[in-house]
Structure formats: structure tokens, C-alpha cells
Design a protein around this ligand. Structure first.
Ligand code: ZN
Length: 139
């Protein structure tokens, strides 16, 4: 008489740790528990990538935006930062041409661009906080 083997749990369906409770280490990419305070593979610690309130300073981002894009890069939006920086080149050329055409007044146009960059750098959500894995929000 054979033992009654239960096959219901035969396929090893170990519950995969859902991506929701894991986060990659900001330094080495090692998967860590979401609330990990440090990485066991490298020397990352949570305070290293978080300010006291867990956010990059909006004011500092605006200051950095004197150079278009730098404020975005400061907040972790590397791609957006370089896009703003690249955008400043054609805008700068246009402004110089406009300045020649308008005896200097065109230079003022660049401040509109700078204002737009600063406003965006201020408003954009920084990507320092590891609890927001929203890769879709680049801008
Ligand atoms: Zn690590």
C-alpha cells in the first residue's frame, strides 16, 4: 500500500519576493529590503543619499540652474538636466543673434529660458528618495 503522496504542492512555487518590498542599492544595485538602512555588499547607508527630510533642496536646485540643467542633475534628473543644458545652446545662439538684431535687447530672452529652467528645477520631484521607483517621470 503506497503512501498517499500529495502532489498539490509539487511545483515549487516559492513566493517570489515581489518587487514592491525590494529596492536596488543606489551604489551597487544589490537588492535590499525596502527599509534597509545600509547595504551589505558595499558601504551605502541610507543617510548617505538622503537629507534630513529625504529631499534634495529645491532652493539649491534653483541656484544650480544658473547653469541650465545643473539643478536637474543635482536632483537626480541626469537626462532632463542634459536636455535642458543642450537646449540652452540653440537658445543661446538665438539670443546672441537676437541681441545683434535688436541692439542688445535680445539678451533678455535668455532670462526667460533661465527662468523656465529654474522654475522646472524647483518644481520637479527629486529622484533621491528611493521609495519612489517612478522611472516614467523623467521630466
Ligand atoms: Zn550596495
Amino acid at each position: 500500500m503506497a503512501t498517499n503522496v500529495e502532489y498539490t504542492d509539487a511545483p515549487a512555487t516559492r513566493p517570489e519576493p515581489s518587487a514592491g518590498d525590494k529596492m536596488p542599492c543606489p551604489y551597487c544595485g544589490h537588492l535590499l529590503p525596502k527599509d534597509a538602512e545600509r547595504c551589505d555588499q558595499c558601504d551605502w547607508t541610507r543617510p548617505a543619499t538622503q537629507t534630513a527630510e529625504g529631499k534634495a533642496s529645491d532652493a539649491v536646485a534653483v541656484l544650480f540652474s544658473i547653469i541650465p540643467g545643473l539643478g536637474h542633475i543635482y536632483k537626480g534628473h541626469i537626462l532632463a538636466g542634459f536636455l535642458w543644458m543642450a537646449g540652452a545652446i540653440p537658445v543661446g545662439i538665438f539670443v546672441v543673434l537676437a541681441a545683434f538684431a535688436s541692439a542688445g535687447w535680445g539678451l533678455g530672452l535668455f532670462f526667460f529660458y533661465l527662468a523656465a529652467v529654474m522654475l522646472h528645477a524647483y518644481a520637479v520631484v527629486d529622484r533621491v528618495a528611493p521609495l519612489r521607483p517612478d522611472e516614467g517621470e523623467e521630466y
